[in-house]
Design a protein around this ligand. Structure first.
Ligand code: ZN
Length: 220
């Protein structure tokens, strides 16, 4: 990649990142500057800076780090959750990562170790969504707990904290986050009716959905 082409790719990715970060705020998945978004461009990771409202971010505010976390672009400090983002890129095919404090998802993270199988869309996230045990924000311990919860999944909950989802693009990572928040809201709604407990899907019913989503006979 020539320097000019690379610069263009970084600028475009930054614009998409800011748009996605703004969307997490306008669609109610975060309040203020909580949560953060990142996107991979080659061997760089563009990431939202710490503590700046997303709608104030300009082209000049672009922040990038390498996969070891060394800052290679921008003057603003990267998000304090950088270890969490980098751990996803080092261990998965992720092209983008979205982390939020979405209210229903965070509520569920305080109640159960795994989101009950209340809807078949769990299959689109790789299976039942796990809750990573609590650890202090911004720490390697939290990143490790998250990675275990993400095994064979594209999203997880962080206990008493929020959500993490990744995908091959910002749109996909965002959509998975929104899907997860919706599913958590669904379970909370169904579980809150006095005298009733939601019916749940079995693992085999979910496998059936996974097969259908992937297409029968396709190589895995
Ligand atoms: Zn957070």
């Amino acid at each position: 990649m020539s320097d000019e082409v690379r610069q263009d790719a970084i600028e475009r990715a930054w614009q998409d990142l800011v748009a996605t970060a703004c969307r997490t705020a306008t669609e109610g998945l975060v309040v203020g500057t909580s949560g953060n978004v990142s996107v991979r461009v080659g061997d760089l990771v563009l990431v939202t800076p710490s503590g700046v409202p997303y709608d104030r971010l300009t082209t000049e505010d672009a922040v990038a780090v390498d996969l070891d976390g060394n800052q290679v672009l921008g003057d603003l400090a990267p998000t304090s959750e950088l270890p969490l983002h980098l751990e996803v890129y080092r261990n998965t095919y992720a092209g983008a990562v979205v982390h939020t404090h979405a209210v229903h998802a965070t509520a569920v993270s305080t109640l159960v170790p795994e989101l009950p199988l209340v809807h078949y869309m769990a299959a689109a996230l790789g299976g039942p969504v796990r809750v990573a045990p609590y650890a202090l924000y911004g720490t390697a311990e939290l990143a490790e707990n998250m990675l275990r919860a993400l095994r064979r999944r594209t999203a997880c909950l962080l206990q008493n904290h929020g959500t993490v989802a990744y995908g091959d693009s910002l749109d996909q990572a965002y959509d998975r986050t929104a899907q997860l928040e919706w599913m958590c809201r669904l379970w909370l709604t169904a579980a809150s009716v006095p005298g009733y407990a939601p019916t749940l899907l079995s693992r085999s019913q979910l496998s059936e959905v996974e097969d259908k989503l992937q297409g029968y006979g396709q190589p895995r």
